[in-house]
Structures are given as C-alpha cells and as structure tokens.
Design a binder for this molecule. Sequence first.
Ligand code: MN
Length: 375
Amino acid sequence: MAIKILFTADNHIGITYSSFPKAKKHLQDERINSFEKMVQYANDNQMNYFIIGGDLFDKTSIGDKTIKEITGILKKFKGELVVVIPGNHDFYESSENTLWSKFRENVNPEKVVVLKEYEMFDHQLGDQLVHFYPAGCRSIHSDKNMIGWIYKAEKNKESINIGIAHGNVSDLGIDDADRYFNMTKDELKSCNMDLWLLGHIHVPYPLNEIVTENPELFMAGTHMPDSWKYKHDGNAWHIEIDEKKKVNAKRYKPTEIKINEMIYNVNSNADIDLLVNKLNEYNSSKTALRLTLKGRLDDENKKHLHELIKSKEEEFLTLDLTDHISKKIDAGLINQHYPNESLPHLLLTELLKEDPEGTVIQKAFEILDKVKSKK
Ligand SMILES: [Mn+2]
C-alpha cells in the first residue's frame, strides 16, 4: 500500500511582514489561510500524513491565540496523523508553559504528535509499518546537526523509514553552514532512510514540478513567499511512497501570492509603454512588487511616468518604487537654462556633443545648476 504524505515546513506562522507596510495585514492573514488550504488539499487527496518539518511558528514566544488558531486548523486534517518537529525558530524547550507544551494541550495526541525526542516513532498504517526518525531543534543555532542518532539507530527494512530534520544542507543551503545544524548529503545518505523530509532552507528541493524517482531528500520550502528576497512560489510536497519504496511526488502551491523585484531602464516614451505592458502582465492583486527605475527622461516624460505608476499602485498588493531616473539633458534643456554663448552653455553643449549618453554631462549640469541656484 502506498502511503500519502503532505509535506510542508517553514510556515513561520506569526511572521510580521514588516517590510510590506501596506500589505502586511493581508499577507499575515493569507499566511494562515494558505496553511489551511494545505490541510484541505490533504483531505481532498485522502492523504495519510501531514508532516511539518520545523519552523511551523516564527518564534517560541508566539501568542496563545495564534497557537489555538493553528491547532484548530490541524484538527481539520482527516488523515491518520499530523507529525511536527520543532525547528530552529520554534525550538523545543523542556520547561513549563512553552510554545510546544501549550500546543500539545490543544491537540489530540492520537492525531497530532510533536516529535521532540531523538528516538524512533512508530505508526501502523493498515498493513504498513512506518517509522519516523525525527531530528528537530532545541536551540536557534547549532554547529552540529541532530541526525547522528539516526545513523546509529537500527532500521527495519520491511517498514518505511522516514527521516525528518531541520537545518542547512551543504551545497543546497543559503545559510552559514556552521550555524544552522548543517548536514551533508553523505551524512543523510548514510542514515539509510527511505525518505528524508527537510525544513529550514526556504527554497523547495528538488526543483522539478513532478518527481518520479526518489531524490533522497525533499525540502519543503515555505508554503508562501515571505520576504523581498523570496523569488519562488509557495510550495508543499505531495509525496507517495509504496511498499517497494518507489517514490512519486508533485508540488502543491497553496497560494497565488508572489513577491517580485524588477529593475527597469526607461529612456523614451516607447520604454514607458513597454514598462506599462510589463506591469500589466503581473497578477497585480496577488503581487508585491519592488520596482527600481533607471535611465534618463525629460521632466515631462518623467511626470507622465509617475502618473502612470500612481494609477497602477492601487492594483498591486504593494508597489514599492525606487526612482533612480536622471534628468535627460539635451540642447533644448541647455537653451532653456543658460543664455547662448555663456560659459555654462558652451561647456554643456560641448560635453553633449562629446558623449550625449555619458554621466559627465549629467554631473556638469547638476553642479552648474547648484552654482546658479546659490546666486
Ligand atoms: Mn529554520
């Protein structure tokens, strides 16, 4: 019998989206709504396990209300078991009144387990025995990973053995290898798991949409884009593994929200039209866009461009504009500012001839303008 797993991680519930002032409330709500959509997807596809590979929450000091909101959503999972490991942001603390003690008070332990210990957890699914080997975190940083015990543990070849860990993987990671529970691919392989489910790097792995051969490790990525740096779609894995250990997987995208950055050169009216076309291609109500404009325009075109962007602003979830467009200097502008045969006129006309697109004329114009305004 094939078992079906919805695998997610790095949900960072409670993240504030503080660098998206206009959209932050919407993004915070969507983070929870899209989390719930994963549970719905898992139900619609009759999945057995809903596995969370660490950093379900953004921090250990998360409020009770948020904890209850999430446990309430997890209760709706109709499959056999929700399996959670603590990540480095929501690491396990053994004292009382902690995030995970409160979380566990709010769930049915038969249906939702937090695997905080470094020991095997068994689950019988029909005639299939499944062994989970968890390697969650007990601190925010560590120069050592937590999978050492798995390497040493006994394995039963008849059962399906699933390792779940949270941390950086050498060559895949984007984090400092020595601070975030770093694992090498060789170390993971030597543990002899049938499947590795990993969280921490917010980028999904592998990058294929459809997986028909066991990639040995899956990185969930985060279920929804979370920062200006984040260029991927939100992601979760739909994974199936049968008794012969054959793996099939596909991606599930729980949200339409995208975060994009765009740098664009505008030097003419035609460029402005092209820019508007590009902006029209976005699914704007679901997109936070950081737009940086470069190039050179005369005052009139620049004003026109700003009006256009202002009208677009409403459509986007957030449209952050950084304007590095400089003033276009041509004969007309020089004539307008300085009398014919004056020193500035002669100088600027000469520089314009020399290199009309260069930065020297730009600089010279700015300096002369400064001098002029001081008089
Ligand atoms: Mn993490």
